[in-house]
Design a protein around this ligand. Structure first.
Ligand code: ARG
Ligand code: ASP
Length: 693
């Protein structure tokens, strides 16, 4: 451990990072603050993270379990992305109240809508607990024993940390593949109400076509409010709760932005693998990504076909489709970016040099060992990938798995919410398409006996599907409703249950084997990580891979050249929305109100020096999934935007961050304010915000 610290410090002292790459731990930000200030930042490390006084961290939160958000007022008003609040917006929507189509704006507090199950978490404090977590560890322990020890030691820490106040939750997270451990203590609020969102035609403008792309014109925001009990503490939903009064909230900069400006993202990035071995990169980019993309293309085509035919189906499948499509597109960009960057080759070259250097050190053989484990892992990993993108996506088999072990009453409740968003023809057509492709992708000698039997019995997948969907109670709402006391018997013998269990039985040994091999890899990576730091302290300044903990990324607003002959400017405007406007295409059909505003140039105070309303901008901040909704902060510490995406040419940044191509995409805060005022007619919300020039 000491050694690791020495290396980290040596790295920090000597060499500057590949400019702007990195996701930094807020409690260690004093190590980066000089660099941040040299790049324009005006505040101190204490202003970013402090446990003694209110700091910016107190205005940032995890939204649900996969997005970020920030406070806009002293009355608990929060801003996140439209796509982060999407599931909630959809849940409140029906054909009669189509908030997706029309938008929603609470005009007073009583109209704000509760969201059972949604919570937000603020980081109270974080702490290096490596020595406590590893207390009792001896090098002769197996990885299993080590994991058990860490679990035990962490449980104690978590219990102590969470007993100190209301609404506390804590986790212990491994950094640098378990070379270091940190305790994170959060305060979690569970009464979070929906305040407002633009219509989908603004909040998701450009749909999947523009997703992961620049130039971008998506008004990707929604507003919520945190409620607390009378003492300002977290509490379950109650109509007696009152708006939460935070220690800190963001002041909003209306002064605008320009190329070169310092930008700072404060949020919860989910998962990156910046130090991964070339074989890992090869598997992801050449095998896993392309196969998963092919399978999802089949599902998306089916969803799109039915969604374009019926408004009800469009509402039912909007969230499901967005989730499927988002990763589907990202994987394509990622595989393409890795190919273009020649990351596999670059890493192989690096590993060759490492191997030479490692001779006679404790790191000798480590790269080769990792390589051999990846080779062994490949088939198992592939089968797990295929299983999760086929059998695990069939909705009736998911329902079968979800209700198993539940009481009759709870089975009926689960099934009720399932059928609100279920359209059988989609599920059935997906089954047919996926099971056909399954037969092509899995070589004969690896196919499950069950699959072969069914194919033999029915002759073709279509007939198998006819029988499955006609006979399964999981595909029939009325049958689910009329289940009686013998429900357990009925459900376990149901063909959808049998299908799922058989497919799972096939995948399970591979899953277990993959888990075991991944555990071995984890152990090797722990050493390899230390070795990389020893070997090439000047390769980069090291930062821990993202793991859904609070991080700081800083950079600056900057355009880029995606390919020869082209240059992308860093900021887009309403003019571009009008250029893309097309009433014939759902994703580009903007509200008439927005057209009118544009033609009358009714921009109010939101017009910029170009005479346009600014919409989105790009910068060099290193971000990933989970950073959506993160505040974008300027040199003075004020809010200039909200992060929501990355550019197409830079989607490989989870594995290979490159300053020429990697850009994060943010929504300009002025477009948020413009939309609230001009589209929502909800400018009353400005009264609780603080604006600065
Ligand atoms: N690509 C962004 C992210 O990974 C935004 C996704 C939401 N938008 C969409 N059209 N699906 O989450
Ligand atoms: N759109 C992503 C999110 O939802 C952000 C990203 O992957 O850049 O967190």
């Amino acid at each position: 451990m000491k050694k690791l610290l020495v290396v980290i410090i040596a790295c920090l002292a000597g060499i500057s990072a590949r400019a702007d790459e990195g996701m930094w731990l807020p409690s260690l930000i004093h190590e980066r603050i000089a660099d941040m200030q040299a790049k324009g930042f005006k505040l101190s490390a204490e202003d970013i993270y402090s446990i003694n006084q209110a700091s910016l961290k107190d205005a940032v939160m995890m939204f649900g379990r996969g997005c970020s958000a920030e406070l806009l007022s002293g009355e608990g008003l929060i801003l996140t992305n439209y796509h982060c609040g999407y599931a909630q917006i959809q849940k409140h929507s029906s054909v009669e109240h189509d908030y997706l189509k029309d938008g929603f704006w609470a005009m007073k507090r009583e109209e704000e809508l509760p969201n059972p199950g949604l919570s937000v978490s603020f980081l109270e404090r974080m702490e290096d607990v490596t020595s406590i977590v590893l207390r009792g560890y001896t090098p002769d322990m197996t990885e299993e024993q080590r994991i058990e020890l860490i679990r035990h030691n962490s449980t104690n820490l978590i219990d102590i940390a969470t007993s100190a106040g209301k609404g506390l939750r804590a986790t212990v997270e491994a950094l640098y593949y378990g070379n270091q451990y940190f305790l994170f203590v959060y305060r979690e609020f569970k009464d979070v109400r929906f305040v407002g969102a633009p219509p989908t035609s603004i909040g998701k403008f450009g749909g999947e076509t523009d997703n992961w792309m620049w130039p971008r014109h998506t008004g990707d925001f929604s507003l919520f409010r945190i409620y607390a009990d009378k003492d300002n503490n977290p509490a379950e939903y109650s109509k007696d709760n009152v708006p939460y009064q935070p220690k800190k909230y963001f002041k909003i900069s209306t002064g605008g932005i320009k190329e070169g400006d310092f930008t700072f993202i404060y949020g919860f990035p989910g998962y990156t693998q910046e130090y991964i071995h070339s074989e890992g990169v090869r598997y992801i980019s050449e095998i896993s990504d392309p196969c998963k993309v092919a399978l999802r293309t089949l599902r998306l085509d089916i969803m799109n076909k039915h969604m374009s035919k019926s408004q009800a189906v469009r509402i039912q499948y909007s969230t499901k489709k967005a989730i499927v499509a988002n990763a589907w597109k990202k994987w394509q960009g990622e595989a393409g970016g890795i190919k273009k960057m020649k990351t596999v080759q670059t890493n192989q070259d690096y590993e060759k040099r490492f191997i030479e250097w490692a001779k006679g050190t404790e790191y000798e053989g480590i790269v080769e060992h990792i390589d051999s484990i990846y080779k062994e892992l490949e088939t198992h990993h592939f089968i797990v990938d295929i299983f999760s993108e086929t059998a695990q996506t069939i909705e009736i088999s998911r329902l079968a798995r979800q209700v198993s072990g539940h009481s009759l009453e709870s089975v009926k409740n689960i099934s009720k919410s399932f059928f609100k968003d279920y359209y059988m023809p989609i599920d059935k057509e997906c089954f047919v398409a996926l099971m056909k492709e399954f037969g092509n992708m899995i070589p004969d000698d690896h196919q499950p006996a069950f699959y072969k039997e069914q194919m033999q019995k029915y002759g073709k997948v279509e007939t198998w599907a006819d029988s499955l969907f006609a006979n399964s109670v999981f595909a029939d709402e009325a049958k689910m409703e009329s289940l009686g006391e013998n429900y357990h018997d009925v459900l376990i013998h149901d063909p959808a249950s049998i299908y799922y269990i058989e497919m799972q039985n096939w995948a399970l040994p591979h899953l277990n084997k993959a888990r075991a091999l991944n555990r071995d890899l984890q152990l090797l990576y722990r050493t390899y990580m230390r070795g990389q730091m020893d070997f090439a302290p000047d390769r980069t300044v090291y930062y821990p891979d993202a793991n859904l903990t609070l991080r700081v990324s800083y950079g600056h607003i900057k355009g880029y050249s995606p390919y020869d002959g082209a240059y992308y400017h860093p900021s887009s405007t309403l003019k571009g929305i009008i250029e893309k406007d097309n009433p014939e295409i759902f994703d580009y059909n903007i509200p008439q109100k927005l057209r009118d505003i544009y033609h009358n140039k009714d921009f109010g105070r939101w017009v910029d020096e170009r005479g346009e309303v600014p919409v989105c901008f790009i910068a060099t901040n290193h971000t990933t999934g989970g950073n959506s909704g993160s505040p974008v902060i300027n040199a003075e510490g004020n809010l200039i935007g909200i992060n929501f995406d990355r550019v197409w040419e830079g989607t490989m940044s989870d594995i290979d961050f490159d300053l020429d191509f990697c850009r994060n995409i943010s929504l300009d805060i002025r477009y948020v304010l413009f939309t609230i005022e001009k589209i929502g007619g909800a400018a009353y919300l400005f009264d609780e915000m603080t604006f600065v020039e």
